[in-house]
Structures are given as C-alpha cells and as structure tokens.
Design a protein around this ligand. Structure first.
Ligand code: Z5A
Ligand code: MG
Length: 231
C-alpha cells in the first residue's frame, strides 16, 4: 500500500567526505519533511503487521507529532558503549587496530538495526547522516581489503536513496579548515573520496556540494519527491 496511513517511512542517507555539508542538509531535510507532512493516523498503521510492530506502536504514541513524521540519525552514534569507544579513537585519546575500529563502526550500525527497522515500519521517515558507505570508504582508505571492509555490513537495511555530497577536499578545507579528529587530513580525505565514488550504485544521487545551502536543499527535496519518498 502506498497511501499515507499505511506505508513505511523512507530511509534516506547522506554520505560524503568531511565538511561536505551532510549534517547541514540532513537537518534541513528533516525540518522540511516535518513542516510539510500531512500527519498520518498512526493508529491505522498496525493492520496486518505482527507483534513486534504492535509493541513499537505503543512507543510511537509517546513521540511528538514531529518525530512521528521524520527523524534524524547519525553514524557513528557516539552515545552507545560502542560509540564511546569510537569517539575516543576519533579524538586520538585511544589507539586501536584498524580492523577493530572498522568492526566497531559496523557494530555501531548493527546495534541500531532493530530500532531503525521498527521506526521505518511505524511510518516514520529516517534521515541518516553517514552510513555503511563511510564505513567502507574510510577503512579501505587505510588499505584494508575492500571486500573484507564490505563484509561486516552485509545484511544491514538498504537505504532507499543516498545523497552523496561531493566536494573536493581542497574545497572542504576552505570551510574553516579541518578539526583535530583522526581522519581530518587532506591526503586521507582525497583517498576516501575516490573510494566513495567507486562505491556509487543506482541508489546514489551525486550532488555538487559547492552550491549554496538553499540550492542544495531544493535539489534534495525535489529529488526525494521525484523518487516518491515524500508523501
Ligand atoms: N567514519 C568511519 O570511519 N567509519 C564509519 O563507519 C562512519 C564514520 C559512519 C566522524 O564523522 C568520522 O567518522 C568521519 C568518518 C568516520 N571522519 N572523517 N572524515 P562525523 O560524521 O561525526 O563528522 P562531523 O564532525 O559531523 O563532520 P562532517 O560530517 O565531516 O561535516 P558535514 O556534516 O559534512 O558538514 P557540515 O557540518 O554540514 O558543514 C561543515 C561546515 O561547512 C559548516 O561550517 C557549515 O556551515 C559549512 N557549510 C555547509 N554547507 C555549505 C555550503 N553549501 N556552502 C558553504 N559552506 C557550507
Ligand atoms: Mg557532519
């Protein structure tokens, strides 16, 4: 069914290198979705769906109206136990083997999968700031075997669309320069961008991230509408 009261939420991902504007555009899209959406009746969503869904519906009823329409998620999710290990690594307070770090980033996605699935099934659209493509691009940029890098994410939910914010790292540096986190270095970002572009598949929309914030926002919501991702 595709009417507003029964369909699942869309799974929209933003990817790209450092400073490309992912967080800016992800937040703007969520705000746009929340403003324009005609509120569906959550009570009618349960028809034909099983026990897990019914439990989730009870949780959903405590959410604000806005959060029922669309939510913003971000990977790494630094709030979980695994996320805190990743945070220490990125901030250079903790050294870890490259393989271990890769698996932690992947595990950080896996630990959210049930929640993500339930939120989507409840009809809420999820806008996710970085996902498994970042996992592969940044680990493979350290010369880990790319197929090994991909393997730990096999089975994760597939996004409906990936907006790849494409910005040359030389341009990104002009946006206030890189910070102090581990990967925020020009040569490493250039390598990651190249791998990202090799990962491109049919779900990707590559955007020229040099455009202005409003120009990009318009392209993003229009593309989402064209792809039937906005009710
Ligand atoms: N990582 C990994 O290795 N493996 C994984 O599996 C995952 C991630 C999921 C932390 O990511 C690191 O984790 C990251 C990859 C790695 N390391 N690197 N690179 P993060 O997502 O936490 O990183 P962040 O701190 O949020 O930064 P960011 O994502 O790189 O930035 P952004 O979200 O793309 O950009 P922004 O915050 O929206 O904008 C940056 C600045 O530019 C800001 O001042 C804006 O106002 C400005 N801006 C934004 N848009 C524009 C336009 N259009 N024009 C001009 N200026 C703009
Ligand atoms: Mg960001």
């Amino acid at each position: 069914p595709t009417d507003a009261s029964t369909r699942r939420g869309a799974f929209i991902v933003f990817e790209g290198c450092d400073r490309a504007g992912k967080s800016t555009q992800a937040a703007k899209l969520v705000e746009y979705l929340q403003k324009r959406h005609k509120q569906p009746s959550l009570k009618s969503l349960g028809v034909g769906v099983g026990e897990t869904f019914t439990n989730n519906l009870k949780e959903s009823e405590t959410m604000t109206d806005k959060a029922k329409v669309a939510q913003l998620w971000k990977f790494p999710d630094r709030t979980t136990h695994i996320g805190k290990m990743i945070d220490g690594y990125l901030k250079n307070t903790k050294d870890l083997d490259d393989h271990v770090v890769h698996l932690l980033f992947s595990a950080n996605r896996w630990e959210c999968m049930t929640a993500i699935k339930n939120i989507l099934l409840s009809g809420t659209t999820l806008v996710v700031d970085r996902y498994a493509y970042s996992g592969v691009a940044f680990s493979a940029a350290k010369d880990l075997d790319i197929n090994w890098c991909k393997s730990s994410d096999i089975g994760l939910l597939t996004p409906d669309i990936v907006f790849f914010m494409d910005l040359e790292p030389e341009e990104a540096v002009k946006r206030g320069g890189y910070g102090k986190e581990r990967y925020e270095k020009l040569e490493f970002q250039k390598k990651a961008r190249k791998i990202f572009l090799d990962l491109k598949d049919s779900s990707w929309k590559v955007l020229d991230a040099r455009q202005t914030i409003p120009e990009l926002h318009q392209q993003i919501f229009e593309t989402a509408e064209e792809n039937n991702l906005i009710i």
